[in-house]
Design a binder for this molecule. Structure first.
Ligand code: ZN
Length: 373
């Protein structure tokens, strides 16, 4: 019986749980059963450090409790209510079934191309779904992962009828194979290296910064000069008050101009910064692409997902695989890669033959970076 079954059994057979003052449930829950099973106190031991308080990553004063995998167990001074053998047997079974059952196996899985693969019927993004297979005794067997169209609800007048679930593994590996083919092309490598080495042209923006700085210096000088003039006004002058008011008005105007210019300047600096950041993030992606075959297989699912998301915008698939088993129809990249003479945009029909077509890379001269795509 699993933890759920045990909790149900206890509740249905008149067992009552002693309620602690912190007011937990009066009935048994699966969680409670697991806590009891895992607590060595019932076989006469005392465990120390089963849970440890640790600082929350990146936070200054936040702590959370982390379950420890290893902790020392001491002989207790109390009587055991079950034997150590039974406790260990229960643990063994927990490790084999229950614990494994909850195991993060699936949590580590990421739907790599979720939202990027599009439904061949309605064109909407397809998302990841899971079919969890269990053995007869209810324990975890394995997960099957799919992309499916969730456009089932009728909106904008129609709903999608594409019911096929596409194995994630098939799409993922077809895409990985395609990227790998592209990056292995010597022309690609050449073009990428050139791209990385190109300096970004910031001359225009730097000129703008220079002239704004010059304007700011002039305004500040005028302000100082005017301030001195105001200070040296003769209080016995019959127009003193009038002159003072006039100058004060001009001074206020200068302060406003200075503030405006400073604002403008910081906006331009920000623009420059963004151009540099775009260049860096694009370079990073290109660097990764150059070593795709070496680096990619070592990525975690989360890293693969992030990487694929940064280079691919959209993937179209065939409603049914073609005769030679080809599932991909079209890939739209976020970065300029031209393939088979197809420049202009970043969209490629995946060739019907098994990717023997030579591909070339044309560098886009647009300033569009990855970040603003
Ligand atoms: Zn659809």
């Amino acid at each position: 019986m699993g933890a759920n079954g045990i909790a149900k059994y206890l509740n249905q057979h008149g067992y009552e749980k002693k309620q602690r003052q912190n007011g937990t449930l009066s009935t048994f829950s699966a969680h409670f059963v697991k806590l009891v099973l895992d607590n060595p106190v019932y076989c006469g031991k005392l465990a120390y450090g089963r849970r440890k308080t640790e600082k929350v990553n990146g936070a200054r004063n936040e702590y959370h409790i982390v379950k420890q995998d290893e902790y020392p167990i001491y002989e207790g001074v109390h009587d055991a209510i079950i034997s150590e053998e039974d406790w260990l047997l229960a643990q063994k079974k927990r490790k084999k079934t229950g614990i494994k059952n909850e195991k993060i196996y699936s949590l580590e899985h990421q739907h790599l191309l979720s939202g990027i693969v599009c439904c061949p019927e309605c064109g909407q993004p397809m998302y990841g779904s899971v079919n969890r297979k269990r053995k007869k005794d209810g324990t975890f067997y394995r997960d099957y992962w799919y992309y499916a169209c969730k456009h089932r609800l009728e909106f904008d007048g129609h709903k999608c009828t594409y019911k096929k679930q596409i194995h994630q593994e098939k799409v993922n590996s077809a895409v990985e194979e395609f990227v790998s083919k592209i990056v292995k092309n010597p022309k690609f490598e050449e073009a990428i290296k050139e791209k990385i080495n190109t300096r970004i042209d910031t001359a225009e923006i730097e000129t703008e910064i220079d002239s704004l700085n010059k304007k700011l210096r002039q305004l500040n000088m005028a302000k100082e000069k005017l301030g001195k003039t105001i200070d040296s006004l003769d209080v016995f002058d019959e127009f003193y008050n009038k002159k003072y008011d006039d100058m004060q008005l001009r001074l206020n105007g200068l302060y406003r101009d200075i503030a405006d210019t400073e604002k403008e300047l910081s906006a331009v600096y920000e623009r420059l910064e963004n151009i540099r950041k775009d260049k860096i993030s694009q370079e990073k992606v290109y660097q990764f692409l150059l070593f795709f075959d070496i680096i990619y297989p070592k990525f975690t699912d989360a890293e693969k997902k992030e990487f694929l998301g940064s280079i691919i915008e959209r993937i179209e698939i065939n409603p049914e695989p073609t005769e030679n088993g080809q599932i991909l129809k079209k890939i739209k990249f976020r970065i300029p890669i031209s393939y088979d003479g197809n420049d202009g945009n970043n969209e490629f029909s995946v060739p019907n033959e098994k990717m023997t077509v030579e591909c070339a890379v044309l560098l886009s001269r647009t300033k569009k970076g990855l970040a603003n795509e």
